[in-house]
Design a binder for this molecule. Structure first.
Ligand SMILES: Nc1ncnc2c1ncn2[C@@H]1O[C@H](COP(=O)(O)OP(=O)(O)OP(=O)(O)O)[C@@H](O)[C@H]1O
Length: 303
């Protein structure tokens, strides 16, 4: 499928801090592409280089055939960037913000259809500071989308939203994709990455550690586990079993991460049978992106 963003060997330092170190990936037309990683991993810096806000130290970026740092005006006509809600004047009414941002474009904007799509009609006369977090996000989403951008960049689009508002935000993002935009977003919510994104890049310390569809990441990397309860087992005994990568124990509850669930389970059963140890609630579980996220973080901390 056609790539709308291609980033190769992107590098950026701030003084002694190497924020982004040799990042390469591409984003395909029409996909929802997520960039995830812990605080300070380099997500925003990567996004800002692609948006043309920051200039890379090294590497190349192609966005819709343009070089962001050199063709910013042309780029801004074709991409949309969601601002943080703090960048909107507090006392400005929603309709005033929509009108102001619409006036930045020479062509007619899709303001009316966005008001309908995002349900903003009832909030048009409300000043920005009186909106809840969910409504603020809707307004900033509308402001970024007025000119029907081909690519929409969202930095933490559901940050601070309650689970219901977050799901509504996902629905809106999916709708914007259906209407023709490619979406690139950063998120701290692994559930968001798993449920919303077609593909995900996991960034740690400025480097991509994993890239693919959420299910690919879960199948290819660790993250499958067996779980059970037992009062007579301890973590140390189990760590040496074949396939075991990591064990989480909380009193009698065990989660054993394994790169071969069947083999590890076989050894757990054999061991418990030999020692007459009872197991309860045994199950095979599919790991989550949360588990993978923590796994990389721990790997990094171990060094
Ligand atoms: N303008 C700047 N000046 C100095 N250091 C910076 C600047 N911007 C980012 N950094 C540093 O670069 C690293 C990457 O920061 P970045 O904001 O890209 O991470 P992030 O993954 O977006 O983090 P978060 O999830 O916390 O927003 C961090 O160590 C950060 O402190």
């Amino acid at each position: 499928m056609e790539a709308v963003i291609t980033v190769e060997n992107l590098t950026k330092s701030f003084g002694a801090t190497q924020a982004v170190r040799g990042v390469s990936f591409s984003v395909r037309k029409g996909e929802i592409f997520g960039i995830i990683g812990p605080n300070g991993a380099g997500k925003t810096t990567t996004l800002e280089m692609i948006e043309g806000i920051l200039k890379p130290d090294d590497g190349t970026i192609d966005v819709l055939g343009l070089v962001p740092s050199k063709q910013l005006n042309a780029l801004n006509r074709r991409i949309g960037v969601q601002f943080q809600s703090t960048s909107i004047q507090k006392k400005m009414k929603v309709k005033e913000a929509l009108n102001l941002f619409s006036s930045f474009y020479k062509q007619e904007t899709q303001v009316e259809s966005l008001i309908e799509l995002l349900g903003l009609e009832e909030k048009l006369n409300v000043v920005f500071e009186d909106l809840s977090g969910g409504w603020k996000q809707r307004v900033t989403l509308a402001l970024a989308t007025l000119h029907q951008p081909e690519i929409l960049f969202l930095d933490e689009p559901s940050m601070g939203l309650d689970p219901h508002a977050r799901r509504e935000m996902w629905t809106l993002i999916r709708t914007l994709r259906e209407l023709g935009s490619t979406i690139v977003l950063t998120t701290h919510y692994m559930e968001e990455a798993e449920k919303l994104c077609d593909r995900v890049a996991m960034i740690y310390s400025g480097e991509i550690r994993a890239l693919g569809t959420p299910s690919h990441l879960l199948n290819e990397h660790i993250a499958h586990c067996i779980t059970f309860q037992s009062d007579h087992l301890n973590k140390e005994d189990l760590l040496s079993f074949p396939g075991v990568l990591k064990i989480e124990q909380n009193d009698a509850d065990f989660r054993i991460f394994s790169d071969d669930q069947q083999l590890t389970a076989y050894h757990v059963f054999q061991y418990c049978h030999d020692k007459s140890i009872q197991l309860f609630n045994f199950s095979f579980e599919r790991g989550s992106l949360d588990d993978l996220f923590v796994h990389y973080l721990e790997e990094e901390q171990i060094g």
